[in-house]
Structures are given as structure tokens and as C-alpha cells.
Write a protein that binds this ligand. Structure first.
Ligand code: SAM
Length: 372
């Protein structure tokens, strides 16, 4: 059987990590590009990617790629896709996408044309003037870049960062995919103590717990493609079995603290939803009193950014306090801090060993890595 081409969009800065994840899952021809990873795999890899990826945003199945300098070319290219192989008689097939650096730049017009092409073809094949679109969703996505159109089906549905454990959040939560990436970059393997002194809704600590357990992050949620008729239902069960067989059972030392009792309560509730409440502890704690013991360990954290002026001053004072606390941290601990404040190092009082540009949704941030 011809292999499928999958595209996995991700937050800028995480492409390399997603590429590693995809390789570890055994997919082939992995290409790491700006903002996405491409790879080749079998049909059975579709559930495996969705269930296991920690840092990717979604899994798209590539259907076609063709030059599209005019609406006519777009219509012809979209009409040539064998939609009937994917979308059944009653399937919903909404269209969304984007266009960049191309002659076709009106997204609503491109959307309409692709929809018309798919609808005409499906109507012809199924002998229907009007398609009911009452069944499962087959989200069509298009990307027109430099006059080249690529058509995909979105297999995921709500983004992969929606693990299902964070139904409620506090202000400024970190994306789960970014939190997981930070934990991976800290090289946390579950052995050493792990600390987040600004835990908020607990995302970083919960992702650390999932990583320590080697628990697939998608096991507690559903995906659009689970309802697709042409996809063998057994491959979802096999992928879940495979993922569960790889889980570890052990004792871990993962802790999150926050000054806000409401945040601590939410973090605890989220840990229960994620099924990791037995290995993560959350406490109400001021960073002023933060301390850690043991030769090795990881601190991975996301202090307040201070987007508004007054908050900015408060955030800066907090960074100073955190910097003073850092001097009490044993020298071999690795410390990773993400913030959008451009002068974090100055207030923290220490130069980072390494700095990476990352995006928390639309907010441009730096991830600072400290080591002594
Ligand atoms: C950007 S939020 C963290 C969000 C978190 N990563 C999440 O995903 O929900 C920063 C957190 O720092 C907490 N905080 C502010 N001052 C603090 C202090 N002095 N000690 C501990 N936590 C503090 C806030 O209550 C807030 O929850």
C-alpha cells in the first residue's frame, strides 16, 4: 500500500523536537521545516501520531499538491482529488486554510472554490444534488504558499495541546505542547526531583508527570479521525495498546508551587483529570521561600510576564527575588525559565547559558537555560 504523507504543524522553535518524536515512532523520510514536520507512514501511524506526539499541534494527512496561480487552477487541482475515497455520502467537509506570498490571497474565495470542487465531485459520485453533511467531520485544510497549493485532511480535530485534563485554567496558562517541550529540553527523565515554583494551573508539572510515566498524552481524548469510516477502527485500539504497554510505574518527585490558592486548587484538579495525582504534589507557596535538596534536579517554570506596566514592575521584582533564590539552588540543578520579558536576565541577575526563541500561542517568548 502506498504510504501516507503526514504534516505536523507545530509552534515555531519546536520543529526539531517534533522531528525527534516522529523518528522515535518509526516514521520515515522525516523532514523538519519551519513550523512543521513532514513524514511518511502507514495508515496505522495516523492514530499512533495523534496519541503519542507531545509537542506537535495536529496531524494532517496530505492529499494533493499542485500549482495554483488562478482560481481555475485551484478548482481543477481540488477537483482532481479523489474525495470519495475519504469523505462518505453524509460526511461534513468544511474547508479552512491560509494563503501566503501568492497570487491567490483571498482566503474566503479559495475556501469557496475548494468547497465547490469537492462538493461537485462528491455529488457526482454519490448521485446527489445536495450533500447532507450530517455525518462525521472531515475537515479540509489548504495552504497556498508561493502559488503552490497543498490540500490536507485534518485527522486531529481540537489541537493536540488539548489533552483533556485542562478543562479549567487560570490566567495565562502555558500551552501543553510548549510545556512538554520545556520538560523535554530540561532532559528530565523521571529520575531527579522536578520543580515548578510558579505552577499556575500545573501544566508543566503535569506534562513532566506524563513524561516520567511515559504516558501517551492523547490517551484521554478523542480525535476527529476516530469516526472516519475508511480508517480501520482496530488501528486505534492497537495504537492505544501499544502506548499503554510502554508506560512505566514508579515513584517520582514532582512538585509545583504557586502563591495563589485558587491556582493550586485548579492544578490539583487538573492532575486528577490527567491521572497523575499520585505522582505530582501542588502546594500554596511563595517563591521567596523556595528551596530544593539533592545533587541533581530540574526547575522548569513560567513566571508572570507582566504585560501591563504596573504588572511589569511587579514581575521584575519577582524575577529579582527568584534570582536571589536561584543562588540557594544546588549547582548541578538545571533551570529553564520561559518569559516574554525582554530583560529577564538583568532582573534575575544571571546570564543564561542558552536562550531559545519560542512562541506561547501568539506571544513571542525566550526560554532561558541556566547552569552553574
Ligand atoms: C504565567 S502564570 C503560570 C502559568 C502556568 N504555567 C500554567 O500553565 O497555568 C504565573 C504564576 O505565578 C504565580 N505567582 C505570582 N507571584 C508568585 C510568587 N511570589 N510565588 C509563587 N507564585 C507566584 C501566579 O499566581 C501565576 O499563577
Amino acid at each position: 500500500m502506498k504510504p501516507f504523507t503526514y504534516a505536523i504543524p507545530c509552534l515555531f522553535g519546536l520543529e526539531g523536537l517534533v522531528g525527534d518524536e516522529v523518528r522515535r515512532l518509526g516514521l520515515e523520510d522525516v523532514q523538519v521545516e519551519n513550523g512543521r514536520v513532514l513524514c511518511q507512514g502507514a495508515q496505522s501511524d495516523l492514530p499512533r501520531l495523534n496519541l503519542n506526539l507531545r509537542c506537535g499541534e495536529r496531524v494532517l494527512l496530505r492529499l494533493a499538491e499542485f500549482p495554483a496561480r488562478s482560481f481555475e487552477a485551484l478548482f481543477q487541482g481540488a477537483s482532481a482529488v479523489p474525495w470519495e475515497d475519504f469523505v462518505p455520502r453524509d460526511g461534513q467537509f468544511p474547508v479552512k486554510g491560509h494563503a501566503l506570498d501568492s497570487q491567490l490571497h483571498s482566503v474566503p474565495d479559495c475556501q469557496k472554490i475548494i468547497k465547490k470542487a469537492a462538493a461537485e465531485r462528491l455529488g457526482r459520485v454519490y448521485g446527489l444534488n445536495r450533500l447532507p453533511e450530517t455525518g462525521a467531520k472531515y475537515q479540509i485544510q489548504f495552504a497556498i504558499m508561493k502559488d503552490q497549493c497543498t490540500l490536507y485532511l485534518d485527522t486531529t480535530g481540537p489541537g493536540l495541546h488539548k489533552r483533556g485534563y485542562r478543562a479549567v485554567g487560570v490566567e495565562a496558562p502555558l500551552r501543553e505542547t510548549l510545556a512538554a517541550a520545556m520538560v523535554i529540553l530540561s532532559r528530565y527523565r523521571g529520575k531527579d526531583p522536578f520543580r515548578d515554583p510558579f505552577c499556575g494551573s500545573g501544566t508543566i508539572a503535569i506534562e513532566a508527570a506524563l513524561i516520567a510515566r511515559n504516558r501517551a498524552p492523547g490517551l484521554d481524548r478523542s480525535f476527529d479521525a476516530q469516526k472516519w469510516r475508511w480508517l480501520d477502527g482496530q488501528c486505534w485500539l492497537d495504537a492505544a495498546d501499544e502506548a499503554m504497554d510502554k508506560e512505566f510505574d514508579g515513584a517520582y518527585d514532582i512538585w509545583g508551587g504557586d502563591i495563589d490558592p485558587k491556582a493550586v486548587r485548579i492544578a490539583r484538579e487538573n492532575a486528577v483529570k490527567a491521572g497523575v495525582e499520585d505522582i505530582v504534589r501542588f502546594d500554596e507557596a511563595d517563591v521567596k521561600k523556595f528551596h530544593c535538596q539533592g545533587e541533581y534536579g530540574q526547575i522548569v517554570t513560567n513566571p508572570p510576564y507582566g504585560e501591563r506596566l504596573l504588572e511589569k514592575e511587579e514581575a521584575e521584582a519577582l524575577y529579582r527575588t527568584f534570582g536571589e533564590v536561584y543562588h540557594r539552588v544546588p549547582p548541578k540543578w538545571r533551570v529553564l525559565v520561559i518569559t516574554s520579558h525582554p530583560e529577564f536576565e538583568r532582573f534575575f541577575g544571571c546570564r543564561a547559558e542558552r536562550k531559545r526563541k519560542l512562541y506561547n500561542g501568539m506571544i513571542k517568548c525566550d526560554l532561558y537555560q541556566f547552569a552553574r
